[in-house]
Design a protein around this ligand. Structure first.
Ligand code: HEC
Length: 101
């Protein structure tokens, strides 16, 4: 009984919020790096797409504005048809890049 509990906590080393950020980071690397600078240290990206860090740094960026942006189709960005969970994860990831004042 005790053992099972210890095993379960080993399998869940991160709190849910941190895991969402991690999932979002993985999705961003897979889908967004073609155009956006997603992580620090990454180079190749298109000129017209802002880096995720720059997006996070803008004061008018909120979870709601990002969610709305990612829910609708755009002219310049492909429509990824993201699921709600994928959107949440990407939004959490982008906001996690915001520098603490
Ligand atoms: C084909 C290139 C391309 C890909 C791939 C791409 N983007 Fe973009 N994205 C752009 C461009 C260009 C802009 C700025 C112009 C615009 O709004 O369409 C942009 C703008 C944005 C903005 C809005 C920034 C603002 O001004 O508020 C967000 C948020 C964003 N992208 C997130 C993502 C995410 C998340 C992914 C991966 C799932 C992604 N993008 C993949 C090209 C791309």
């Amino acid at each position: 009984m005790r053992r099972a509990f210890a095993l379960a906590s080993l399998l869940m080393p991160l709190p849910a919020a941190a895991q969402t950020v991690q999932t979002g980071g993985a999705l961003a690397v897979r889908w967004c790096t073609a155009c956006h600078v997603v992580e620090a240290g990454q180079r190749l990206a298109s000129d017209s797409a802002p880096s995720f860090r720059a997006i996070a740094a803008r004061t008018d960026t909120t979870a709601a504005t990002l969610d709305r942006y990612l829910s609708s189709g755009h002219t310049l960005m492909p429509d990824f048809s993201l699921s709600t969970q994928e959107r949440d994860a990407l939004v959490s990831y982008i906001l996690s890049l915001r520098q603490k004042p």
